[in-house]
Design a protein around this ligand. Structure first.
Ligand code: ARG
Ligand code: GLU
Length: 738
């Protein structure tokens, strides 16, 4: 009986492939921790093929794109693929009402037409090292936290400077497992990154915010850039003399695609996850912080949207701001629903009960770790009002009401004048740069509406921890933020580019008084003073406590559950996550497919609609079924889902098959699974990828940019699929170009 049971279990294991798809793993440790499992799931490569310092490996085709997204090299000439929403800011910067690249798309038909982007970078990882020993040298358990921190900083500086000595590389060290381990990342950053191609938003952002974070999805969320280097293939500032970068590795592109059950991995720069939070923290996020943030953004989004719809110029100016605000507004809603659905707080509590039982069985553990959970509870409770107030400060004063953030750009200059120094020419130029950047995408009436609505809400929601100008509004403006704003926006120099430039020209130790009497300046100062004097101490106090508690908690988890293979939370460092192409059942009675097609794009088409309009050319290509070599059984795949554990920052990441070929460009997660930043549910959490064949179709058939297809390496692996991973007959069949 027993034996039969075991066999049934192992068959079940094989057939359903219930492998661990949770986790974002450190490339350096794949050989030790993941290789065997990955190969069992279908990977045909070794850990060494994915990450190697000696020879070219997959990591050499992956960059941190601007520090906020991921990109991958897809040709020997430094062609870089990322998402449309990652390149969005750059595409927007090159756009005007007359030459609107957001609406029309952009295709450089030759290299000379590729557009430079000041400030945009692409960073490769040269190597990774575990430097825990060096960083913690001389650090002891009984050390005071401040001294510990100073020691770590000092040690880290040494390690970093040694690791980059005599090279053009940079390096940084990041804590892992809440400071129980430290890793060094040596990097190479390219600074001449040019825009090569972008579909119109009606393709690249098809479905807009309605479809964002949702499956089934039909978005062609990609854009193309190119890395330029100097004549020695080294990073250089922009110069017309720079040449396309020659990578150590670039991704071959699979025309075969991925089918349900095929192994996939995502290799990129996930930003932040919090998988080891206590139940108290999860409770606070879903029941207090998320609802508050969502409510603030409800107000801001409504105002922006109405003004954007009323005026095309406002629409362009606020496009990126709106998308940025809408994105997490929607994510938090999905996250909350997901955590509630799985009863996440309860699950955490059950795990904590197990943790308690375990430490109670061991005297030493009990002594060391018993205080952790009660301390977590106390710390989160005590700091809740500060956390909320901090949230309002960030969301209202920093993110939404732009006149506040803009005037805060003058704080350094004012301190300099007040400490008895005059401004230099370059100080003034710097200020003028802020003026230019600010007013380029500014619409005063919109900002004023945001001011009135958001500060009214802020005041209504709080009784303490609020800026003292709220009292002025009550006493001198009869509680009306509208009356206050009318005066502010009318009188302030910060609402007018000429006035503020004039003020900068004449700014010195004498005239600074005038600036300081400005109503926008005073309002800004009031917000910042409230933050600095009332809110920040509470936040810092909490952070210091949590730093110690989290470190101890992770140490305890590692000690108590040595059999568990733990992965560190995402921290914007390079990671590999793996799973398979997979579908899911969002709710009872409903099952989604793991892919969508162009037919579905056409189904969603609403002529003239802000989110669901389509270019005529797409309709025509669809009508003629003109899909070239990119079709599967007469259909064109557009997006697909998989069980890879991803998060923000993974946007643009390569989604890779068992052989290291590119299947697509990761761009989102499903609504039901966005809670994976806090808790991962293998049945529900899916990443969403734009199928590479849709990308190629758009470049080739829609844009006619066939020269770009020519520089890529297209392959057509021939798989026999046996349900678990890819089992190849012929690993790679020759591919006919076009
Ligand atoms: N949700 C995706 C991510 O987190 C895509 C965001 C861009 N799209 C949008 N409609 N705002 O970045
Ligand atoms: N769209 C996200 C990004 O910008 C990736 C989706 C996610 O959060 O999983 O990185």
């Amino acid at each position: 009986m027993k034996k039969a049971g075991l066999i049934i279990i192992s068959i079940f294991y094989l057939i359903t492939g219930t492998f661990a798809t949770e986790g974002m793993w450190i490339p350096l440790l794949l050989g030790q921790l993941n290789e065997a499992e990955m190969q069992k799931m279908g990977l045909k490569l070794t850990a060494e093929d994915l990450y190697s310092v000696e020879k070219g490996s997959l990591k050499d085709a992956i960059v941190s794109f601007g520090g906020f997204c991921t990109g991958e090299v897809i040709s020997g000439e430094g062609l870089l693929l990322t998402n449309h929403h990652c390149g969005y800011g750059q595409i927007q910067k090159h756009s005007s009402v007359k030459n609107d690249l957001l609406t029309n798309g952009f295709w450089a038909m030759k290299k000379a037409d590729e557009l430079p982007n000041e400030g945009l970078t692409a960073t490769f990882i040269v190597r990774i090292e575990n430097v825990t020993k060096q960083v913690l040298a001389g650090v002891s358990d009984d050390m005071e936290e401040g001294a510990r921190y100073m020691k770590i900083v000092e040690n880290s500086k040494k390690v970093v400077s040694l690791s980059t000595k005599d090279t053009h590389y940079d390096a940084y060290i990041r804590p892992f497992f809440a400071g129980n381990e430290y890793y060094l990342f040596v990097t190479e950053t390219f600074k001449d990154i040019r825009l090569v191609g972008a579909p119109p938003s009606s393709i690249g952002k098809f479905g807009g915010d309605t479809d964002n974070w949702m499956w089934p999805r039909h978005t062609g969320d990609f854009s193309l850039f190119r890395i330029y280097a100097d004549k020695d293939n080294k990073p250089a500032e922009y110069s017309p003399d720079n040449v396309p970068y020659k990578p150590k590795h670039f991704f071959p592109i699979s025309l075969t695609g991925g089918e349900k059950g095929d192994f996939t991995m995502v290799y990129g720069f996930p930003g932040r996850t919090q998988e080891y939070l206590s139940s108290f923290a999860v409770d606070q996020i879903v029941n207090v912080i998320n609802p508050a943030s969502i409510a603030i953004r409800d107000v801001a989004l409504d105002i922006m949207w109405k003004d954007m719809m009323a005026d095309d110029e406002v629409k362009i100016k606020y496009a990126a701001k709106y998308a940025g605000t809408a994105n997490y507004w929607k994510k938090w809603q999905g996250e909350n629903r997901g955590i509630h659905r799985i009863n996440g707080v309860q699950i955490k509590k059950e795990r904590e009960a197990d943790f308690l039982a375990k430490i109670n069985s061991n005297k030493k553990w009990k002594e060391e770790y018993e205080i952790l959970l009660p301390e977590f509870e106390k710390t989160y409770k005590e700091s809740e009002q500060y956390e909320l107030a901090y949230n309002y400060f960030i969301e209202v004063c920093w993110r939404s009401v732009e006149i506040i953030r803009f005037s805060s750009r003058f704080r350094d200059a004012v301190s300099k004048l007040e400490s008895g120094n005059e401004l230099s020419e370059s100080d003034k130029e710097n200020l003028k740069r802020h003026v230019k950047a600010h007013f380029k995408d500014y619409h005063l009436p919109t900002d004023k509406k945001l001011f009135i609505a958001l500060f009214t809400k802020y005041d209504n929601d709080f009784n303490s921890l609020e800026p003292d100008f709220f009292n002025t509004v009550q006493t001198k403006y009869k509680g009306s933020y509208e009356a206050y704003a009318n005066k502010l926006y009318d009188k302030s120099a910060f609402s007018n580019p000429e006035k503020i430039n004039d003020l900068i020209d004449n700014l010195n130790q004498k005239t600074v008084k005038k600036l300081k009497a400005d109503m926008a300046w005073q309002t800004m100062t009031s917000c910042f003073d409230n933050y600095t004097n009332n809110v920040k101490p509470g936040i810092e106090n909490k952070e210091v406590k949590l730093e110690i508690l989290n470190r101890k908690y992770l140490e305890a988890i590692m000690a108590i559950y040595p059999e568990k293979r733990l992965y560190p939370d995402a921290n914007s460092t390079l990671r590999v996550t793996y799973g398979k192409v997979d579908d899911y059942e969002p709710r009872d009675g409903v099952k989604y497919l793991n892919y969508t097609t162009l037919d579905g794009v056409i189904e969603k088409y609403v002529p003239g609609d802000e989110e669901f309009d389509l270019p005529a050319k797409i309709l025509e290509l669809h009508k003629n079924k003109d899909y070239g070599q990119y079709a599967v059984d007469g259909e064109l795949r557009v997006c697909f889902t998989g069980s890879n554990h991803t998060t923000g920052g993974n946007s643009g990441s390569p989604v890779i098959d068992a052989y290291g070929n590119l299947l697509g460009c990761n761009f989102d997660r499903n609504w039901e699974g966005t809670m994976s930043d806090i808790m991962y549910d293998p049945d529900m959490c899916r990443n969403i990828t734009c199928d590479i064949r849709y990308v190629l179709f758009i470049i080739d058939k829609y844009a006619g940019a066939t020269h770009l297809i020519d520089e890529m390496k297209l392959v057509k692996p021939n798989y026999q699929r046996a349900g678990i991973g890819n089992i190849p007959l012929i690993p790679e069949a020759p591919v006919q170009k076009k």
